[in-house]
Write a protein of this length. Structure first.
Length: 584
């Protein structure tokens, strides 16, 4: 049944050339459907692997725009953030060196960039298509000691052309006192006044969350989000010693004729001849040799002092990084209202996948709260978050065959997306059950007991969910998802994508639900008073960790909690829920 559905879908796409309006769950063989517009009308097929092109699909009309270089001389990369607007504007970059561009109605246009910049990238666009965020590369006319990518934005003018780039303010040094490598901007809020990005530090080791905001007067400012997460033990990092001393140049101690003779000897030297390698000092006078030796001795002394300072700096930085939260590069998402910033603390080792870890984080930019979600080895990487704090994520991080998860609000926990759908839309779940579960093929190296040699062995995991890497429109009524095909090695389609359509998925349970039969309060000693027919009481700290739980609570409940900020969730047997934020 599954295989027949997939084959029919592939035939329809191949023969029509234009897809019909998407009003029901749909399979897209061979496509990698990633981002989707806020209104759910436009989706992106970001297939730079097999198609070597980018497609923008109108899910309402079925019309498809394909952007592919005619001669293969260019490479198209979609923006790393919310890169498609409600009117179908795709922000992208072309050329390997970076040319900030946008595409609409089948045509590609370059954004204005002054000649002084070597490169530019466009990453996110507002829902109404009037502001684009991105970066511009290092100026060719300044010292190399500068940020390689600077944050900026472009505004669309009334005639449809673009004004910019306008530079955003940014930190001139990173947490360790070095010049940052990049100040990246990825996602932009619906009103264009909040931009989420990262500071990529000077050593290339730490990606620090940063947000840019525009006030009512039009002034921009930046904020490093919870900087205490980097170097939490306040390790004293000495000042970066900068560039080391310059090596003495023998040319500065020789006459022009001497130097010419030395260069001629170098040019004529043949390593196979057995002759000694030419030494510059052999072409100097005794007085020149003496002066050169003094310069070399001074250099060696300075170099030794410099190396000592440099090692002290690196040792302190390494110690500081050990306990820091290291967030994944380009692992950023932002809610449309600009309130929630999503990312993940990641440890990625492609050579040792068992050591990988990826735990999502949410920063509430309005209240300053932060939420860390320990996912017990699920290794979830967030892809999308909406105005209510619903977050989509996928696992595993370093494999294209993935399963989708969802967080039902910041005070909840991640659950498989299939389970989430099952509770809310049975017909959609049934379709997913028929089309997104497969007998998955995996490969491993196992020792042959007869030969003692390791051989590649195929293993099959029966009936495994592969709901893919998910993205969604604002109210979760249209979801795109893609995954690698590792269930049929003879299928020519290496990827499969899905459009899931539903109108019953965006309700947040457990928040702001009132019921007169339940009540709870808490005093400063951590005693919670419960009235009503309660099923359970759960308490979470500011990082989203459950710190207390009890079934059927009644009367005064002594939680024994220490001082802090907590969220209390009281669930009644009738299904009613009370939520209280408390300071103990």
């Amino acid at each position: 049944m599954k295989k027949q559905l997939l084959s029919l879908a592939g035939l329809a796409l191949a023969t029509t050339g234009m897809m019909a309006q998407v009003t029901a769950p749909t399979i897209y063989p061979g496509k990698i459907l990633t981002h989707i517009s806020k209104n759910g009308e436009w989706a992106i097929n970001n297939d730079n692997i097999t198609l070597m092109a980018v497609e923008v699909i109108n899910l309402r009309t079925g019309e498809t725009y394909t952007y592919a270089p005619a001669d293969g001389s260019e490479d198209y990369d979609i923006g790393s953030g919310n890169c498609i607007s409600n009117d179908g504007i795709l922000v992208m970059s072309r050329n390997y060196d970076g040319t900030a561009s946008y595409a609409i109605d089948g045509k590609i246009y370059d954004l204005p960039v002054p000649d002084e910049y070597q490169s530019a990238y466009s990453n996110g666009i507002t829902a109404d298509g009037t502001r684009i965020c991105g970066t511009v590369g290092m100026s060719m006319n300044i010292d190399a000691q500068d940020v390689m990518q600077k944050p900026c934005y472009w505004d669309r003018k009334s005639d449809g052309t673009w004004d910019g780039p306008k530079l955003l303010p940014y930190p001139k040094t990173d947490w360790a006192g070095q010049i940052p490598q990049y100040l990246l901007t990825s996602w932009i809020s619906n009103d264009g006044k909040t931009i989420a990005g990262q500071l990529h530090d000077g050593m290339g080791s730490v990606d620090q969350p940063i947000v840019y905001r525009q006030d009512d007067k039009g002034e921009w400012s930046y904020e490093l989000i919870h900087p205490e997460l980097i170097n939490p033990n306040n390790i004293q990092v000495p000042a970066f010693p900068g560039d080391g001393p310059s090596t003495p140049d023998p040319k500065d101690f020789m006459t022009a004729d001497e130097y010419t003779a030395y260069q001629t000897a170098l040019d004529n030297w043949d390593w196979q001849s057995g002759d000694p390698y030419p030494n510059a000092e052999d072409y100097m006078t005794d007085d020149e040799k003496a002066k050169y030796a003094v310069a070399v001795d001074a250099y060696n002394k300075e170099a030794e002092e410099y190396n000592t300072k440099l090692m002290e700096y690196f040792d302190a930085v390494e110690q500081a990084i050990q306990d820091s939260k290291l967030f994944g590069m380009n692992c950023v998402t932002l809610s449309g209202n600009g309130r929630y910033y999503g990312t993940a603390h990641q440890i990625i080792d492609f050579w040792n996948p068992e050591g990988n870890a990826s735990d999502p984080w949410i920063f509430d930019l309005e209240t300053g709260d932060k939420f860390e979600y320990h996912t017990d080895g699920l290794n979830l990487s967030p892809t999308w978050i909406n105005d209510n704090g619903l977050m989509l994520a996928s696992t595993p991080v370093n494999d294209y065959s993935r399963d989708a998860y969802i967080l039902n609000g910041v005070w909840s926990k991640f659950v498989p997306f299939s389970d989430y759908v099952k509770e809310r839309n049975q017909s959609l779940y049934n379709w997913m059950n028929d089309n997104m579960r497969h007998d998955v093929i995996t490969w491993s190296y196992e020792e042959n007991p007869e030969t003692g040699e390791y051989e590649e062995v195929a293993n099959t995991e029966k009936d495994k969910w592969l709901t893919g890497t998910p993205y969604a429109n604002e109210d979760l009524s249209v979801i795109t998802s893609w995954t690698a095909n590792n269930w049929d090695e003879f299928d020519e389609n290496y990827f499969y994508s899905y459009i899931l359509v539903s109108d019953k998925l965006d309700a947040i349970e457990g928040v702001d639900v009132d019921n007169n039969t339940l009540s709870l309060s808490v005093d400063h000693q951590g005693v919670v008073t419960v009235t009503g027919d309660a099923k359970s009481l759960n308490i979470y700290d500011v990082n989203g960790r459950q710190v207390y739980s009890v079934d059927a609570p009644t009367g005064d409940v002594n939680t024994g909690l220490s001082s802090g900020i907590y969220m209390l969730k009281l669930e009644g047997k009738s299904g009613a829920v009370k939520v209280l934020k408390a300071v103990i």
